[in-house]
Design a protein around this ligand. Structure first.
Ligand SMILES: *[C@@H]1O[C@H](CO)[C@@H](O)[C@H](O)[C@H]1NC(C)=O
Ligand SMILES: *[C@@H]1O[C@H](CO)[C@@H](O)[C@H](O)[C@H]1NC(C)=O
Ligand SMILES: *[C@@H]1O[C@H](CO)[C@@H](O)[C@H](O)[C@H]1NC(C)=O
Ligand SMILES: *[C@@H]1O[C@H](CO)[C@@H](O)[C@H](O)[C@H]1NC(C)=O
Ligand SMILES: *[C@@H]1O[C@H](CO)[C@@H](O)[C@H](O)[C@H]1NC(C)=O
Ligand SMILES: *[C@@H]1O[C@H](CO)[C@@H](O)[C@H](O)[C@H]1NC(C)=O
Length: 455
């Protein structure tokens, strides 16, 4: 028969405790990284409990996410306690008149700074312009975390919590060439950031992408550690070759990327690993997207890219390079595999459009009733506009233009083609058309819209 030793640990009055910073300095962790924080599980031994957090450390974690876990452990209770050693009963010096004069007093109540003058036995409250000088390092608030638990074996445990010392983000290089022989390349990077003061040794890491909402601790440092640029040379402690990042695995609608082996990130360091290198299709075009105006108007289209990746791409900043030159930057959202995503990088001044808008007819129906009041409300009006769209390509190469005219209050509009091979189509509340213009070509296209109101 299997006999197992049954350990029972009780919470005793706190005498010795381990500082959280000494745990984080010594131990290795299992980390799940999100965009604004990480769930970090610190490996600890039972004797290291309870753990004491300084005020600063406490503000970087979410206390309600603190858990103790292990294979054989059963937690029976958890205690979080704020402790501050009192100054009461200790002697301090009080500086008066810019410390040209000091008096020695006994602290009676450190909450209201009530002291007793040792010379004459009188009591008073320290004034705002008086400074306290301590004979020892003054106490600061600490947060103690302890557990009672039962366990069947002696084992390492994990103290886990959401901590904003560690987080990650993705960014991309989209490399395009004029002649598609060289192909198009998309490289995604996982940029992991340690904004804390200690090195983190990670035994096991997973990066999470997708639409996840996890509240970061209130104290939230953004961007790169200390506002400095990324340290691309951050070296893992364990020698080369560096770890790699797995393909994303779908997990109930979000994606998990696993890092292949242990690594370490030093304090104030960004550690960057190549992550995804999907097969992509990229289509370039220019886009005219505007609202219908009753007056003549003109402008330049946007430089557009339509991207399709065979893998899920977590949201991140993308740097777009054409023939090895940076032509723009965009922040793209999470992208589903095999879905197209279109983004604009800015205007293309080599292409122009102009719309000449002519009012062809402005009709109002005859009053139905002789009653002036009723006729006011039963009148219907109908305005017919001719839109003449002129497109000009000043480039030495062929371009594709996608045109979208948005009609607000679309129920009142009727689209009318002018010729039978018109490119224009009404799709919902938009009029769409695609055009191809060869080098230095200009084209003109017409359509009509009728705007109706019924009072
Ligand atoms: C942990 O490491 C940091 C940075 O090296 C240091 O400032 C801190 O004093 C260390 N804490 C302990 C308890 O050793
Ligand atoms: C204390 O020093 C400041 C500046 O050094 C001075 O303006 C102030 O008058 C001094 N106060 C007293 C009480 O001496
Ligand atoms: C995307 O399409 C490719 C080719 O059709 C297919 O092999 C792949 O499984 C698709 N990926 C997903 C996630 O559906
Ligand atoms: C159409 O005609 C009416 C009067 O009949 C006028 O009030 C309205 O402004 C005209 N609309 C346009 C767009 O010219
Ligand atoms: C469009 O085609 C129809 C029938 O094919 C023809 O009757 C009509 O005249 C054509 N309209 C124009 C503007 O070419
Ligand atoms: C224009 O091209 C886009 C992309 O190929 C397509 O989705 C859209 O349906 C086209 N629009 C028209 C009106 O043909």
């Amino acid at each position: 028969m299997l006999t197992s030793i049954f350990y029972l640990f009780f919470l005793t009055t706190i005498v010795t405790c381990e500082d959280f910073s000494s745990i984080t300095n010594k131990t290795s962790v299992i980390a799940k990284l999100y965009l604004n924080s990480a769930e970090i599980a610190y490996k600890i031994a039972p004797f290291q409990l309870p753990v004491a957090f300084s005020n600063d450390e406490w503000s970087q974690i979410r206390p309600e996410t603190i858990r103790l876990s292990g294979r054989y452990i059963q937690i029976t209770s958890q205690i979080i306690k704020q402790e501050k050693t009192s100054l009461n009963g200790h002697k301090v010096l009080i500086c008066q008149s810019n410390c040209s004069q000091t008096i020695e007093v006994l602290m009676i109540d450190d909450k209201i700074n009530l002291v007793k003058d040792l010379k004459d036995g009188t009591y008073f409250i320290i004034g705002d312009n008086e400074r306290i000088k301590y004979f020892d390092i003054p106490p600061t608030a600490k947060y103690m975390v302890d557990f009672t638990f039962e366990t069947l074996r002696d084992e390492y445990l994990y103290l886990q919590m959401i901590n904003n010392q560690l987080k990650w983000q993705a960014y991309y290089d989209l490399l395009l060439e004029d002649n598609d022989e060289h192909g198009t390349t998309l490289i995604g990077y996982a940029d992991m950031q340690n904004s804390g003061v200690n090195t983190i040794r990670v035994d096991d890491a997973e990066l999470f992408g997708g639409d996840i909402t996890i509240k970061a601790p209130s104290y939230f440092k953004n961007g790169y550690a200390n506002g400095e640029s990324a340290d691309i040379n951050a070296r893992p402690e364990y020698n080369a070759p560096p770890p790699s990042v797995s393909l994303g695995q779908e997990l109930q609608g979000i994606y998990v990327f696993k890092i292949s082996k242990p690594f370490a990130i030093e304090a104030n360091t960004n550690y960057i690993l190549p992550m995804v290198r999907p097969t992509i299709e990229v289509e370039r075009y220019v886009s005219i997207e505007k609202y219908f105006q009753q007056t003549n108007n003109a402008g330049n289209p946007e430089r557009m890219y339509r991207l399709k990746s065979d893998q899920f791409l977590p949201k991140g900043n993308a740097f777009v390079r054409e023939n090895n030159r940076l032509v723009g930057e965009t922040l793209w959202p999470d992208q589903t595999a095999n879905n197209t995503y279109a983004f604009a990088l800015g205007k293309d001044y080599d292409v122009t459009y102009s719309e000449t808008v002519t009012l062809l007819a402005n009709e109002s129906s005859k009053p139905i009733s002789d009653n002036i009041l009723i006729s006011q409300y039963q009148k219907s009006t109908k305005q017919t506009y001719l839109i003449n769209l002129k497109l000009e390509n000043f480039k030495g190469r062929t371009i594709r233009i996608e045109y979208t005219q948005q009609l607000t209050g679309s129920l009142n509009y009727i689209f009318q083609a002018v010729d039978n091979n018109s490119n224009f189509k009404q799709v919902g509340s938009n009029i769409n058309a695609n055009f191809t213009l060869s080098a230095s070509e200009s084209q003109e296209h017409k359509y009509r819209i009728v705007y109706q109101t019924q009072n």
